[in-house]
Design a protein. Structure first.
Length: 328
């Protein structure tokens, strides 16, 4: 069944409203549209023209959705909230498993038993999670305030007025936005900061009490700058997608290549036991310097899972874009 203008208008409005409020907002919006159509039909207007005029009177669905936000009491409004949750979920699912896995390996290498090696990283990981949540929330609050000022202002002189002809299809995927870039940027910033921080702050110490870097120092000659460059390129690709307003096959291929040139060398380094500092391998840490050890396979599995999840999301968006284009 072909979606009507009303269906498309309602979908465009609800896309910017939190899930819990969508049923109530949908009822109110449909009632407002219905009242507008009925009033015009009673005046002798054709139903199709009446629907078009009613939607035109309601205006841009983005502005209408902002009206349901209660922005004076909301830290992050509904127009930004879906992107905020998506970015927060992406950052946590990417950074926190890496932090927890590295800490487990480090504590085990330090000679702690299995229970301590698993339980002690929980507190540190939760602390990192709180910092991530605060950082992402502050960034999105600033973005939301800036967007709120834009939405609250009158249209610029000479700007084209909004009409229902500009409504997206119901099935159109959410275009790439700055929220996606924030998510990728925060993840890259955290990982880069950890790379530098671990050189001077480490939970493992030598006999003299000095901190032992977790990452093998020799990697700074080439591989660490290489991986930092890959992370920066990932942020740049996110900005490109914002400009293009969505994933295309070209940018999806670029993302796939970027993921492979980042993760394949990293997996190879783990398999050859060249990632973690060999100075960590005392006591029960012999697996750190053994090629093909269980630690290496655990790290490779984690890399494959994260890489697969990211690429699945990218190509799913491309398929959604293709489906929308075919339908139109």
């Amino acid at each position: 069944m072909t979606a009507t203008l009303t269906d498309r208008y309602v979908a465009a409005t609800l896309r910017r409203v939190p899930d819990k409020r969508r049923p109530d907002v949908e009822r109110e919006v449909r009632a407002a549209i219905g009242d507008g159509i009925d009033a015009r039909v009673r005046q002798g207007q054709p139903a199709a023209d009446a629907e078009y005029a009613a939607l035109t009177e309601l205006g841009d669905p983005a502005r209408l959705a902002a009206g349901y936000a209660g922005r004076a009491t909301a830290l992050i409004g509904p127009a930004t909230y879906p992107a905020y949750i998506s970015a927060l979920r992406g950052v946590c699912w990417t950074v926190l498993p890496v932090v927890a896995a590295v800490l487990v390996i480090v504590y085990r290498a330090h000679g702690d038993n299995a229970w301590v090696s698993i339980s002690r990283p929980i507190g540190v990981t939760l602390t990192v999670a709180m910092y991530l949540i605060v950082c992402v929330t502050v960034l999105f609050a600033l973005v939301d305030r800036d967007r709120g000022r834009d939405r609250g202002a009158e249209p610029a002189a000479g700007a084209e007025p909004w009409t229902p002809d500009r409504l997206p299809a119901v099935a159109e995927p959410r275009p790439a936005g700055w929220g996606d870039v924030i998510g990728v940027g925060v993840t890259a910033a955290v990982l880069i900061a950890v790379l530098f921080l671990q050189r001077t702050v480490s939970p493992v110490h030598d006999s003299a009490g000095s901190d032992i870097p977790i990452i093998r120092p020799a990697l700074w000659d080439f591989w660490v700058p290489y991986f930092i460059a890959v992370l920066v390129l990932a942020v740049v690709l996110g900005i490109v997608n914002v400009r293009l307003r969505g994933w295309s096959r070209g940018t999806a291929v670029a993302a796939t290549v970027l993921a492979l040139v980042g993760t394949v060398p990293l997996a190879w380094l783990f398999a050859r036991a060249k990632v973690l500092n060999h100075a960590l391998a005392h006591g029960k840490g012999g697996a750190l310097v053994t090629s093909g050890s269980w630690i290496a396979w655990l790290a490779i599995l984690l890399i494959i899972v994260i890489d697969g999840a990211v690429l699945f999301g990218v190509w799913r968006n491309v398929r959604a874009e293709d489906g929308t284009t075919s339908a139109s």
